[in-house]
Structures are given as structure tokens and as C-alpha cells.
Design a protein around this ligand. Sequence first.
Ligand code: AP5
Ligand code: MG
Length: 234
Amino acid sequence: MPKPLFNSSGLLPGPVLLLGAPGVGKGTQAKRLMDEFSIPQISTGDLLREHRKNQTPLGMLADDLMSKGQLVPDDMVNQMVATRLTEPDTKHGYILDGFPRTLNQAEWLDHQLIGHPLPVVAVNIVVPERDLLERITGRLSCPVCGTIYNIYSEPPKRPGICDREGAKLIQRTDDTEPVFHERMKAFQSKTAAVIEYYRSHGGRFAEINGNLPVDEVTQSIRATLFRLRHHAES
Ligand code: AP5
Ligand code: MG
């Protein structure tokens, strides 16, 4: 097996999973890690929203399920991820944000990664449920660059306007209180088992406190990745 090359950060990230309930900060953190490690963020939620915007058959089917806070069928999401993973920017690693979300998706991913030079590392971000609603209902994002804001905790400099692009910020249609509760139900009934699945892998799994300032959470994930990757390779 060829020795992996390390990038300028001193770490070859390989496949990284960011797990956690709606609003724990997966997207916020994935974007920061992407910049630091020069690897792409693959958010299945973002990919599905792109399909929806382009009115593809997958997007039209996903629209109804997403607006109810329900999961899109595994086969469709797996196929979408498979296609994305064929792109050359995934060669040295990638951050899967919001995937896998069911045991079926996790097993499918394991199968895809047979023969991959680096094993997956999984990071579960934990925030108390009582703090998540404000994160969801306060979230705004930039339709141009994807920067994520929060009117309570991470406000833009000018209300409703992206600091980077000057674009008008948008709110996700599923970021309402009733849909948040449905998303939490889907998380508890389907995704909690995925977290246990990776926890049982031992050294390649870590849980981190996401209820800290954004920079501190980034530092904690960063340190965790170095530790887990070292473990994974030794
Ligand atoms: P998806 O888009 O993945 O939504 P989600 O999992 O519900 O997660 P969110 O994107 O809401 O939260 P996040 O953890 O990314 O938090 P963020 O960083 O934005 O999925 C949407 C839908 O698509 C699903 O419901 C389903 O229908 C479908 N889908 C997607 N993947 C699927 C799959 N694999 N299988 C089947 N269906 C799938 O942060 C949230 C807010 O908190 C922001 O305002 C942010 O500024 C703020 N914030 C972040 N960090 C902090 C902090 N440390 N302190 C204070 N505020 C913070
Ligand atoms: Mg997200």
C-alpha cells in the first residue's frame, strides 16, 4: 500500500464523518475543516437542496420529504453520494456532513470504502436538545457562498446581508419549530443507531462538546482528528 502524503496541515484527513442532531454545527464546522485541510465538504442536505433547486427527479421527490423533516430513501441518497465520491477533489479525503444517517447508509459506506487506504474517522458533535431550536430558527445562510449565520449567536455585520458576498441571506424552509421536531424524531429513530454503530468501532470514533463557541469547537474537532487519524494509522 503506498504511504499516504501529508498535506500542509500535517494531516492527511481521509474520510471524515461529522455526525449529530439537526443544528449541532456540522455544516459550520465542515466549512472550517474544508479550508484547513483542503478537502471538500459533502453535505447530503446541501446536495439534496441543489437537486431541489434544479428540479431534478431526485430533487422533486426529496422536496416533500425534506419539508416534512423526513429522511430521503437510502438508495437515492447512497447513489447521490456515490456519484459525488467519483469526483477528483475527494482523492485525499472529504468531510461527509449529515451522512450516513441510517444503518443501511453506514453499511453501504463501509462497503464503498473497502480497499481505501485510510479508515473512516467519525466525530459526533453533541449539543443539548434544548439549545438546538434557537440554532435552527435563528439560522440564515448565504445563497452565494454558503456561509452560515445565526441571528442570536453568529449574526452578520449588517442584518440579513452576507458579510462576504453582500447577498441577501435566506432561511431554510425546514427551519421551523414543527419541522425541527420532526427532524429530531428522525434523528432519534434512525440516526442515533448510526452513532452507536461508529462508537462500537472504538478508536475511530469521538464525541465532542458542540455547546461551546464556534472556534473552540473547531479546535476540539481538529485535535480529535489528529488523535483519531494517528490511532487509525498506527
Ligand atoms: P441537513 O441539511 O443535513 O440538516 P440537519 O442534519 O438537520 O442539520 P442542519 O444542517 O440543520 O444543522 P448543522 O448541524 O449543519 O448545523 P449548522 O452548522 O448549520 O438535512 C436536511 C434534510 O435533508 C433532512 O431532514 C432530510 O430530509 C434530508 N437528508 C439530508 N441528508 C440525508 C441523508 N443522509 N439521508 C436521508 N435524508 C437526508 O448550525 C446551525 C446553527 O447554529 C447556525 O445558525 C449556526 O450559525 C449556529 N451555530 C453553529 N455552531 C454554533 C456554536 N458553536 N455556538 C452557537 N451557534 C452555533
Ligand atoms: Mg447542515
